[in-house]
Design a protein around this ligand. Sequence first.
Ligand SMILES: *Cc1c(COP(=O)(O)O)cnc(C)c1O
Length: 410
Amino acid sequence: MDSSAGATAPVLARPSVSAEGRARLFPSATDAEWTDWRWQQRHAVRNLEQLERYVRLAPDERAGVQETSSLFRVGISPYYLSLIDPDHASCPVRMQAIPVRAEARVRPGELEDPLGEDKTRPEECIVHKYPDRVLFLAIDTCSVYCRHCTRRRITKGGEAELTKDQMRRGIDYVRNHPEVRDVLISGGDPFLLSEERLESLLAPLSEIPHVEMIRIGTRVPVCLPMRVTDGLARVLRRYAPVYVITHFNHPKEVTPEAREACERLVDHGVPVENQAVLMRQLNSDARIIKELSHVLLRSRVRPYYLHQMDVAEGCEHLRTPIAKGLEILQQLRGHTTGLAVPHLAVDLPGGGGKVTLQPDYVIERGERETLFRNYKGETYAYPEPEETDCSCPYDEVWQARSRELRSQGR
Ligand SMILES: *Cc1c(COP(=O)(O)O)cnc(C)c1O
């Protein structure tokens, strides 16, 4: 077989966690069914009775499914279910998909709208929190409902796509706000939309002159990789620049199928970035985050954010101390490829927005020099220059010139 066709080569025959799980749990599914994302959607496990058919639940999990059933949705694609370790309740896939009792307990300080989005929500589907970019909530369903979901107030609702009218109002909002140059489409999972519906969103958005780029936040490459068809990738490429931001949290999720999905996007000219969420006892370890970054970079996926867990309802048991994230970054920076080091982000409760943290490498900031500690703990000095005027004289010329070029449409 032509090795350059790697992104489209069949992966089902290769030994992998997913192939093993599929053979055990869905032995009668044909290849055509298994690789059909709509079959996966139809066969998703959505309640305790269905779940117990496939997984021997721990008492804490059984109670968790029961006690959260009126609060948050459960939904697991057969593919993601096939990654679950049948013997260990601490399996990272299992922990992200199956509720435990702690999730039913809302702790003091936990918020239904942890990021204060509803107060900057001028339309049903628009969150406009930052000056030059908006979040466009295009759908409220997912292929797998994450136990750590930060928008569960949206995903817990009654399975509905945005109406055509709501979508039009969202697009109008962007059109009427020339300061918006970046639209981040999220939900729910936008890749559960049909290609036609996705196009009916991408086409008008990309035609708006001030919209310079579009991003799509999705867990489909992780939870439903068969959805990433050539057809989908071609649609995305048509409206470039479209960046896909996906959400792998553990190297176990980076299966041959998941890698193929990511590489198919990249092969079509669609860059893929990853945002992971730091979760206690799931990936809260520098070794795991490093392995995740490495395996993602090998699949041409760039680690973007490592998120401190939001104070969403029922997530307390998954939160790490702030110091843990900093410790992890410290164990990455300098020790491995700079591209493998994500930004550590805290999205401030109540709507403050994201801030990033990094270990403090400055020992002392003097007038003549700054003293640093490097990644090995050694001390180095960086001297200040004589001149400190940092204004850029050419910039006025350049701004005038680029205005001129723009007005000529160049
Ligand atoms: C995270 C987020 C964005 C995008 O932030 P970046 O730092 O540009 O990736 C935009 N809008 C909202 C509401 C967000 O939460």
